[in-house]
Design a protein around this ligand. Structure first.
Ligand code: URA
Length: 234
């Protein structure tokens, strides 16, 4: 964030006044006087105005993103691939994703700068229901459905009972809705693989009572107050 905006958000001065303070040498960053109002304040920078350290209390933001395939669920990627926070860059907060969706999975992803909420939602004890829509290869027989519903071994871990519904069976693929409660790495892909159906497409459509709805891929919306309350009370 630009230095003048940072100072303004801390309620110290207007942006114009912040520029004056900076140019006049009243602002230090990490103990060194900085006279550029356009300086980009980074995480960890210690900003002082007239010798007083300021911390900008960020407004808490809660965002629901429709993650497209081809984005990493992270704030940065060492291989320079696109990251989900690029899609929410115009929200004035340091958002981070809550939980993970694979690079090849699309759909509902929450982002927030509310560390307490993110931590609580990620904790296994919360096991909120997550609903996915998958396109899988082949035919999903009654026997395979029954195994998925009961729980399958995905490599040292047996999944708990899941709701599984075939929306459409085509000759060579099926569209399936699956609701799970745990969040093991690549769990849905592994569950279908365990019964012999490869996942071709995967989209998360809901987390608990929060729904993706008609939000377009790559777009986000802020959560309503009721939705935020709902998450806090989970
Ligand atoms: N299960 C998966 O296999 N992938 C996801 O991204 C989410 C759940």
């Amino acid at each position: 964030m630009r230095l003048n905006k940072y100072i303004a958000h801390a309620g110290i001065a207007s942006r114009r006044k912040a520029d004056e303070l900076t140019i006049n040498g009243n602002v230090k960053i990490n103990g060194v006087s900085v006279r550029e109002p356009g300086y980009d304040v980074k995480e960890g920078d210690v900003v002082e105005v007239n010798g007083t350290r300021i911390d900008r209390p960020e407004k808490l933001e809660y965002v629901l993103l429709n993650k497209p395939v081809g984005y990493i669920t992270s704030v940065q990627d060492d291989k320079n691939r696109p990251v989900v926070t690029e899609l929410t860059a115009d929200v004035d907060a340091r958002l981070f994703p809550v939980g993970r969706l694979d690079y090849n999975t699309s759909g509902l992803l929450l982002l927030t700068n509310d560390g307490d909420l993110a931590y609580r939602l990620s904790h296994p004890k919360h096991n909120v229901t997550k609903t996915y829509r998958a396109r899988v290869a082949g035919v999903l027989s009654g026997e395979r459905l029954a195994r998925l519903r009961k729980g399958v071994d995905i490599g040292g871990f047996v999944t708990s009972p899941a709701n599984v519904k075939v929306i459409k069976q085509n000759p060579r693929s099926a569209v399936v809705e699956i609701q799970i409660h745990e969040g093991k790495n690549r769990q849905v892909r592994k569950m279908f693989a365990a019964v012999g159906n490869k996942v071709q497409e995967l989209e998360r459509v809901a987390i608990g009572e929060l729904y993706l709805g008609r939000l377009k891929e790559g777009h986000y919306r802020k959560l309503t107050r009721d939705e935020i309350e709902y998450l806090k009370n989970l």
